[in-house]
Design a protein around this ligand. Structure first.
Ligand code: NAD
Ligand code: MG
Length: 386
């Protein structure tokens, strides 16, 4: 058997939920080497990751936290301080694959640098496509960069579409667990606490995406992500509630055939697939056991209880500046909810109001999108203060 060539990977956001899963995946593959890692605030964890993995670079992206921290003395590793160095590692000529696993629009510039440098980009940072989908996809085409989805739903769709002609897609159906409030009443939603919103039934994830799952804004962001990643009109993308999180999404073709991808809820699989594609490896992933009985349920979503879902369809239809506004408004509103400044239902209300007020531009530049992001965050603060 021929030996596979060694591939060097940079993990942007290595201390997060995706980042730590990714380190396990990379360590299970014999042709992958951890070349660079990054963290924003958990620098103690970054230090431990450096000692265990000895990458060439480790970036501490927040200089404030870095000033108060000490870094381990590891011969093989250069510590770089500051957000700009995320771009240094994302575009480093020795890097083959960049795993974009920073949360939020804070991951945009480094993901952009990876695409611009023509890397294989394993994309967990869905916010890049929500904010700047058309620009990012056309840049990828221009620079010959490959974007492989890490979001489990998009990984499932990507796998279901393998070898298919896109013109034969009738629709794509994103599955959603429904989050911790799937069966909650309107009254329960009104009183939802931070603790209950962070208690996801099937997935272990970072706090921002966990709150997004509770409001179902996560599915909205994923709908927008799918719209740009697969170049599908918004009308062809639907959402179905599937509480077990085993069917990760479905594609229905014109002849009525539906292709699904199934596996236990474990992000190591979509990470592994994005790294090994077009090959596969057994990896450290959990496997389904069909010798045990289990069942799969599907039901339509409740748009009245989860109006955030409607915002995703609206943004996927209108494009332009709407994605940057919705994403930034949501990030600011989720942060305010986590700080106890607003209630659970206020998150979606605030986003809807800010989206309505904004000055729409159908074909913005990246700089305009970044300005819109800042504007939307300020508007959320005004909304909270009002
Ligand atoms: P997390 O909060 O657990 O980790 C975030 C990582 O980003 C950390 O390493 C942190 O140091 C870094 N980071 C945070 N703020 C930063 C900033 N301002 N600048 C630079 N780095 C910063 O988040 P997560 O759950 O791992 O999610 C990461 C991304 O993956 C998100 O875009 C999320 O939507 C997506 N995603 C996550 C999951 C999941 O299961 N966790 C599933 C699908 C998609
Ligand atoms: Mg997902």
């Amino acid at each position: 058997m021929t030996k596979k060539p060694m591939r060097k990977i940079a993990i942007l956001g290595s201390t997060g939920s995706i980042g730590t899963n990714a380190i396990q995946v990379v360590n299970s593959l014999d042709n992958y080497e951890l070349f660079a890692l990054s963290a924003h605030s958990k620098l103690q964890v970054l230090g431990e990751q450096v000692i265990a993995n000895r990458p060439a670079f480790a970036v501490a992206s927040d200089p404030e936290t870095a000033r108060k921290s000490t870094f381990p003395d590891v011969d093989e590793t250069d510590f770089l301080i500051g957000h700009d160095h995320l771009e240094t590692i994302a575009s480093h000529p020795d890097v083959d694959v960049v795993l974009a696993a920073i949360v939020g629009a804070a991951g945009l510039r480094s993901t952009w640098a990876a695409i611009e440098s023509g890397k294989q980009v394993a994309l967990a940072n869905k916010e890049t496509l929500v904010v700047a989908g058309p620009l990012a996809m056309s840049l990828a085409k221009q620079r010959n960069a490959t974007i492989l989805p890490v979001d489990s739903e998009h990984s499932a769709i990507f796998q279901a579409l393998n070898g298919e002609n896109p013109k034969n897609i009738r629709k794509v159906i994103l599955t959603a667990s429904g989050g911790p409030f799937r069966n909650a009443s309107m009254d329960e939603l009104r009183c939802a606490t931070v603790k209950s919103a962070l208690n996801h039934p099937t997935w272990q994830m970072g706090p921002k995406i966990t709150v997004d799952s509770a409001t179902m804004m996560n599915k909205s962001l994923e709908l927008i992500e799918a719209r740009w990643l697969f170049d599908l009109p918004a009308e062809k993308i639907e959402v179905v509630i599937h509480p077990q999180s085993i069917v990760h999404s479905l594609v229905e073709f014109v002849d009525g055939s539906v292709m699904a991808q199934l596996s236990p809820p474990d992000m190591k699989l979509p990470i592994l697939y994005a790294l090994t594609y077009p090959d596969r490896s057994s990896g450290p992933t959990e496997k389904l056991d069909f010798r045990e009985a289990f069942h799969l349920d599907f039901q339509p979503p409740d748009f009245e209880k989860f109006p955030a879902l409607l915002l995703g369809s609206e943004v996927a239809r209108n494009g332009g500046t709407t994605g940057a506004v919705l994403n930034a408004a949501n990030e600011a509103a989720v942060a305010a909810f986590l700080n106890g400044q607003i209630g659970f239902l206020d998150i979606t209300r605030a986003c809807r109001d800010v989206l309505k007020q904004h000055d729409f531009d159908p074909s913005p530049t990246l700089d305009q999108l970044i300005s819109m992001d800042l504007w939307a965050r300020k508007e959320i603060n005004k909304w909270i203060a009002a």
